[in-house]
Write a protein that binds this ligand. Structure first.
Ligand code: XMP
Length: 216
């Protein structure tokens, strides 16, 4: 996936009105938007196609899919039919559940991102010990897109080493959670930024500042 300026906006606002304001403000700098549960539950799955059509942006649906294969398949089908270009899928549920999403992605000509380890402190309890196995499973399944944390650069580096230099890693945790853009982009292909932009008084300038600070 080609991500303009290597920055993805996490648009975790709860109204379409605010979503459009923020997406519009940053549209000179950002062409890839992550839509998650806050917006999709508040405004419906149509929020995906509405943003995509208005801003010609790519949409990554952050639904952290984590169910049995049959249910994962339905979630992925509905998400792709709603217009998402990619879906984020949890790896801890195992190869069969992940494969169900991959099959849906193949049929819709869309993409899967495999979530290995999360960015928040609590992830160290259960997910971190499994993260390397999850990344190895992704490689065995032939997955090319991964999510790994910007808040733990050593973990991001470890996951990069497992998935290889040709894999595409997106990394949340920059800004509000303490992650730093440049060091994240030493190991990730794109950084995900949410609150630092959408809670800013001037999202456009904030996005510009982040982009200007990157060694592209
Ligand atoms: P902030 O506001 O912290 O937003 O910049 C970060 C965004 O990324 C999501 N998030 C994650 N998504 N794996 C994911 O797939 C993770 O480890 C992870 N950590 C944060 C978060 O929900 C928000 O949208």
């Amino acid at each position: 996936m080609e991500v303009k300026n290597r920055i993805i906006l996490a648009l975790d606002v709860k109204t379409m009105e605010r979503a459009f304001e923020v997406a519009d403000a940053v549209s000179d700098y950002i062409n890839t938007i992550k839509v998650g549960y806050p917006l999709a539950l508040a405004e419906g799955l149509e929020s995906i196609s509405m943003i995509k059509e208005e801003f010609s942006s790519k949409i990554i649906a952050d639904f952290k899919v984590a169910d049995i294969p049959e249910t994962n398949r339905k979630i992925a089908d509905l998400t792709f039919e709603a217009g998402a270009d990619a879906i984020i899928v949890h790896g801890f549920v195992g190869a069969d559940s992940v494969t169900a999403c991959m099959e849906s992605a193949d049929e819709h000509d869309k993409e899967v991102f495999l979530l290995t380890e999360m960015s928040h402190p609590g992830a160290s309890a259960f997910l971190q010990p499994a993260a390397e196995h999850i990344a190895e499973m992704g490689v065995e399944l032939g997955i090319k897109n991964y999510v790994a944390p910007a808040t733990k650069i050593n973990r991001l580096e470890t996951i990069r080493n497992i998935v290889g230099k040709n894999a595409f890693i997106i990394s949340p945790g920059v800004g509000a959670q303490g992650g730093e853009t440049s060091s994240t982009l030493d190991f990730a292909d794109a950084a995900i930024v949410g609150r630092s932009i959408y809670l800013s008084h001037d999202p456009k300038n904030t996005a510009k500042g982040i982009v200007d600070g990157i060694k592209l």
